[in-house]
Design a protein around this ligand. Structure first.
Ligand code: SF4
Length: 354
């Protein structure tokens, strides 16, 4: 295909070193009770992503918050009456919360918690990409900045991407997709849509290794292979289930298999163990700590969240998300389309069929 605008070369994103919070039981309990008191004083609720630490996930649930994927985090934060939303995750999740809740204070344990997909898609380059293809609608993954969302026609999460693209394809639209090339390729494959793909990738999912996965599966032939669609195509090809984080947790809960090999961030194992106690969960191989493994199945940006930083931000302030109003208002429109689509699909007023 010859393009008027060259699709950007694959950017190299260097992740930060992995630094995970390590606490004694006493430290953990002291921090949690301090945080609970501060959250109460400040009318705050905690929404945490599945990839954050077990401590943050437990705290969110103990305090009436939620642990979920990015779509549900956005929905929950929007529906909750608290004046302050504490978002434990990565920056685009905090931005999404602010986009939907401009009247609320949105804070995060660490504003440096980025994402290789967001970093790979600067707003000015994305705008040039769109300008070069005025005949195409742009669909961006939620893992993008507020400015990219503001320029896009639609925002999608991994759980709903294929449904929305299928819907747009059936309406005759040609599409631009950004930033994750693997998720884009997967969506293109299952929908048959005409899509030009940005070339970003997730440092965690890109590290899964197909040959090592085949070997592990041979050792555990009864295991179901669960794969997040940010993974490369040869890994997806080995999957029994391809899905968003929520869909993969549901698969562990409902499938009869006694064992699972899971190709997504290992932070999800906390919820999976709770959903299906007694089942054996194995990490899909990423080549271990050597070779080309940069992440070893855990996101270094997600790991920047921790109880100490959360206590500090509640105690001393700072780390608040601010978005320029014209950008926020435009980004809201493209996110709202997704939320409306999800609601209509649930209500049965959009029929996608097979
Ligand atoms: S796991 Fe991948 S997609 Fe998720 S925040 Fe980390 S780098 Fe981004």
């Amino acid at each position: 295909m010859s393009l008027a605008f060259p699709v950007p070369v694959r950017p190299v994103i260097q992740p930060p070193p992995m630094v995970e919070e390590v606490l004694t039981d006493d430290e953990r309990e002291a921090l949690k009770s301090r945080i609970k008191a501060l959250m109460k004083q400040q009318d705050a609720v905690l929404v945490a992503h599945y990839y954050t630490s077990a401590d943050l996930q437990d705290l969110a649930e103990e305090t009436g918050g939620c642990v979920s994927d990015s779509l549900e985090m956005a929905r929950f934060g929007h529906a909750h009456p608290a004046k302050t939303l504490v978002v434990a995750g990565v920056k685009f999740m905090g931005e999404t919360a602010k986009i939907l809740n401009p009247e609320k204070r949105v804070i995060m344990p660490d504003l440096g918690a980025d994402c290789s997909l967001d970093l790979a898609c600067p707003a000015d380059e994305f705008a040039a990409f769109c300008d070069a293809h005025p005949d195409r609608l742009s669909v961006v993954y939620a893992n993008t900045s507020a400015a990219v969302k503001a320029r896009a026609d639609w925002v999608v999460t991994s759980g709903i991407a294929a449904k929305i693209v299928k819907y747009l394809h059936r309406q005759g639209h040609k599409l631009l997709w950004a930033p994750d090339r693997h998720l884009g390729e997967y969506v293109r494959r299952v929908t048959g849509a005409d899509m030009i793909l940005w070339q970003g990738s997730c440092v965690v999912h890109e590290a899964f290794k197909v040959e090592a996965l085949k070997k592990l599966h041979a050792q555990h032939p009864d295991a179901a292979v669960l794969v997040h669609p940010e993974s490369p195509e040869p890994v997806i090809a080995l999957a029994d289930v391809v899905g968003s984080t929520t869909q993969l947790i549901e698969a562990v809960r409902t499938l009869p298999n006694p064992e699972f090999i899971v190709a997504t961030d290992n932070g999800i194992f906390h919820k999976m163990h709770a959903a299906a106690p007694g089942k054996l969960l194995l990490e899909a191989p990423t080549a271990g700590t050597g070779a080309t493994c940069q992440s070893c199945a855990h996101c270094p940006w997600m790991a920047m969240n921790g109880l100490k930083k959360l206590a500090a931000v509640l105690e001393h302030g700072g780390n608040e998300i601010h978005i320029e109003e014209s950008i926020r208002a435009r980004a809201r429109l493209s996110i709202q389309k997704m939320l409306d689509f999800a609601a209509a699909e649930k209500a049965g007023t959009i029929q996608l069929g097979d």
